[in-house]
Design a protein around this ligand. Structure first.
Ligand SMILES: CC(C)NC(=O)[C@H]1CCC[C@H]1Nc1nc(Nc2ccc(C(=O)N(C)C3CCN(C)CC3)cc2)ncc1C(F)(F)F
Length: 282
């Protein structure tokens, strides 16, 4: 019988890299731009995670799953994880360097994006999510903070901390913002990859309007109620096509949400599909 031989990824060590500028802080440590010392000189992002912090926050299983999932993914809109290594104190993730940085910083800087830019990002997100779902991976944490931009301004899903193999049933308590969670997750019910369809609708709304649709600054419970009731108000500045797509994704019943293949054929997506390059302008 043919034994499946896993191609051994070579052993890597910190000494294999010249450490460049810090790119910022991740959840469990810093991220640095690095370059391999020996030819060919690869430029990478090295994410350092402190084992002590991982153990304290009891997320080692989540980190293991994140590494296992991301290492097996190959897609232009999914950030590559090339490998990892560790020393006594830290785990190092060798990740693809995203040349244009963090998408949420652009969203904060501009306040909101044009519908043309938003449409192109949503098309790329739908493409990436179709790929993830084809491998039975649900992301479950689609939001601007988890998205990066490649050197040509293309979108890259950069974080898989909450992704699981479908179907999922969350055991860990939710932490952080509810804004992107669908009714079935805030109500702790079983959920499928259709949670990512809902999050794509939330993302579309936030790109165009500058804030998520069910945000309620009076707090967690208010947001919870607005999500459970799908209390959706779309501002008049939003075009009819964008309004149509958002409404078709933000459906309480997961079965009624627009499938990703239909999202990619939607008029609001087709009308802006790459007619020439434009990274300039928001
Ligand atoms: C998805 C995940 C949740 N997010 C993250 O991990 C974050 C945590 C910290 C950085 C980022 N992680 C990554 N960042 C990059 N590229 C990058 C980032 C920042 C800048 C930038 O604008 N500056 C340096 C600016 C330059 C100008 N000065 C003024 C401010 C900083 C430019 C390029 N590539 C890969 C990664 C990755 F993911 F592989 F680690």
């Amino acid at each position: 019988s043919s034994v499946a031989v896993h191609r051994p990824t070579r052993e890597w060590h910190l000494t294999d890299f010249d450490i460049g500028r810090p790119l910022g802080k991740g959840k469990f440590g810093r991220v640095y731009m690095v370059r391999t010392k020996c030819e060919p000189h690869y430029i990478l992002a090295l994410k350092c995670l402190y084992k002590s912090e991982i153990v304290q926050s009891r997320v080692e299983k989540q980190i293991r799953r994140e590494i296992e999932i991301q290492q097996n993914l190959r897609h232009p809109h999914v950030l590559r994880l090339y490998g990892y290594f560790h020393d006594e104190k830290r785990i190092f993730l060798m990740l693809e360097f995203a040349g244009k940085g963090e998408l949420y910083k652009q969203l904060t800087k501009y306040g909101c994006f044009t519908e043309k830019r938003s449409s192109r990002y949503i098309d790329q997100m739908a493409d990436a999510l179709m790929y993830l779902h084809s491998k039975h991976v649900i992301h479950r944490d689609i939001k601007p903070e988890n998205l990066l931009l490649g050197i040509n301004g293309e979108l890259k899903i950069g974080d898989f901390g909450w992704s699981v193999h479908a179907p999922g049933n969350r055991r860990k308590t939710l932490c952080g913002t509810l804004d992107y969670l669908p009714p079935e997750m805030v109500e702790g019910r079983e959920h499928s990859e259709k949670v990512d369809y809902w999050a794509l609708g939330v993302l579309t709304y936030e790109f165009i309007c500058g804030a998520p649709p069910f945000e309620d600054l009076s707090g967690y419970n208010a947001t919870y109620k607005r999500i459970a009731r799908v209390d959706l108000k779309i501002p008049s500045k939003v075009s009819p096509e964008a309004r149509d797509l958002i409404t078709k994704l933000l459906q309480y019943d997961p079965e009624r949400r627009l499938p990703l293949s239909e999202v990619r054929k939607h008029p609001w997506i087709v009308k802006y599909r790459s007619k020439g390059h434009s990274t300039a302008g928001a």
